[in-house]
Design a protein around this ligand. Structure first.
Ligand code: 1QQ
Length: 395
């Protein structure tokens, strides 16, 4: 038999089973995150976030009295891993929706599969331009960097008067890094900075000698870095070791205390655009802060708060679906529920989360974009040992 025919037959045989599938109890919510690989520095903070969200939701009455269960599948750091995790969550774990993946790069590869299967996805940390436009089942709780990085740049320039020369480093093989670098280049132009050099790097790169030599020869007073976690932290360390004393603004890839062990004392001083503040005052953010601190003795990182919010948005949307159907979620037809859940996610309005009151609105021909009001700027301060540090909010 031809391969296509076998595929068609298999799909047809699987169809009645999928159609008959109902939602089980506790309500399964998928999380496809980078628990391993070089992206784990970012993904593990999200794992903490989704687990805390499960505790929060279940200790606050679950969904209409039914508990939720977050089911984790590891994506690793690449697209294939993300596709596999999505497939397991959709077809084996029968989740109602998926929080994930960690990277925009992975989202552009894996999200189309969920779109085709009509499974709602909420991106917890996918900040590149164009994520909701992947398709109608893709929403996000991570504001696009283009919505807040330009203001962070302005803040840094107001703290350090007289900066005119800027250089940029970005990972050319990562979708987020490319998108963020483009956002910053537009912002440099707007504020009249002179972009003296642009250096391209690769994800996983650890030695930046040749790029640093070229960039420093152009005498930048500010360096902007759009790369992922460990790569960017190594780059910062090497810039300082080569004698660079100017300012550094890091993008979302450096937005994690997990970089401290990599750049150690050299992390000190980096400015980061933030979509979350641990000191935002509302009941759910206080709950998160208290429970996080009890376990980790530190302030909540942005990625933890965003992943937490992803699960919370699903739980809230599920409650609204149950209320309008006058029916419990458990026992509903899974395929039909996923469609309704997606609509409910994309009509989230002024919902109070650790990110503040957020809304999600449907973009033309696409999914759900986030509307968030408050953004911040943090600066990394390292303790004299160079081993621990914190994000100090300066705006
Ligand atoms: C993206 C990101 C990552 C750097 C955060 C984990 O913002 O890939 O869009």
């Amino acid at each position: 038999m031809k391969l296509e025919r076998i595929a068609l037959l298999t799909a047809l045989l699987a169809l009645p089973a999928a159609l008959a599938q109902t939602v089980s109890s506790p309500i399964p919510i998928g999380a496809a995150l980078a628990e391993t690989s070089n992206v784990a520095l970012l993904g593990q903070e999200e794992v903490v976030g989704v687990k805390l969200a499960q505790s929060y939701v279940n200790s606050h009455g679950g969904v209409d009295g039914t508990p939720i269960k977050v089911i984790l599948e590891d994506t690793g750091g690449n697209v294939t891993g993300a596709i596999n995790a999505f497939q397991l969550l959709m077809n084996k774990d029968h989740v109602v929706g998926i929080v994930g993946p960690t990277l925009s790069q992975q989202a552009f590869g894996a999200d189309p599969i969920a779109v085709q299967a009509k499974v709602p996805v909420i991106g917890p940390s996918d900040t590149a331009n164009g994520i909701p436009e992947i398709g109608p089942y893709v929403s996000r709780v991570s504001a696009p960097v283009s919505a807040y990085a330009p203001d962070a740049l302005k803040a840094v320039l107001s703290f350090h008067k007289g900066i005119t020369r800027v250089a940029q480093f970005y990972a050319e093989n990562d979708a987020f890094s490319k998108s963020e670098a483009g956002t910053f280049r537009q912002a440099f132009k707007k504020v009249g900075l002179n972009l003296v050099d642009v250096e391209k790097t690769k994800t996983g790169q650890s030695n930046f000698t040749s790029q640093i030599t070229t960039a420093l020869a152009k005498h930048p007073q500010l360096i902007e870095i759009s790369t992922l976690a460990a790569d960017g932290a190594n780059l910062v360390k090497q810039l300082r070791q080569f004698g660079y004393t100017g300012q550094i603004i890091g993008g979302n890839g450096l937005n994690t205390p997990a970089i401290f062990p990599v750049c150690q004392k050299y992390c000190g001083g980096i400015y980061i655009a933030e979509a979350y503040s641990p000191s935002l005052k509302n009941a759910v953010n206080s709950w998160l802060g208290q429970h996080y601190r009890a376990q980790y003795h530190a302030a909540v990182p942005q990625l933890t708060a965003q992943a937490f919010t992803g699960v919370l948005v699903f739980a809230n949307a599920l409650s609204r679906v149950a209320a309008s159907a006058h029916q419990k979620i458990v026992g509903m037809n899974l395929a039909a529920l996923r469609v309704k859940l997606n609509q409910a996610v994309q009509t989230t309005t002024n919902f109070v989360t650790p990110l503040g009151a957020i809304s999600i609105y449907k973009v033309p021909n696409g999914g759900g974009e986030l509307n968030q009001k408050d953004f911040y700027v943090a600066q990394i301060h390292m303790n004299s040992s160079g081993k621990s540090g914190s994000f100090v909010y300066v705006k």
